[in-house]
Design a protein around this ligand. Structure first.
Ligand code: SF4
Length: 68
């Protein structure tokens, strides 16, 4: 788990957009594995808050929580 950032994924809201979200992150925080979108927890703190993933998904599909 990240020390500064926690990324929450709601797969029900993401629906068919989930695979696209996995591709868009520039620091590879997401992994598309066996039809599911996984967050690589060891990488969460690398998030640059660029919001590219948020732009690609329906409202609430991904939530980025700042822990600081
Ligand atoms: S905000 Fe940017 S860096 Fe952070 S998880 Fe989304 S795409 Fe990746």
């Amino acid at each position: 788990m990240g020390m500064f950032i926690k990324i929450h994924v709601d797969e029900a809201k993401l629906g068919e957009k989930a695979a696209a979200v996995a591709q868009v992150c520039p620091v590879k925080i997401f992994e598309w594995k066996e039809g599911r979108l996984a967050v690589l927890e060891a990488e969460e703190d690398e998030c640059t808050l660029c919001e590219l993933c948020l732009e690609r998904c329906p409202a609430g599909g991904i939530r980025i929580e700042k822990l600081y």
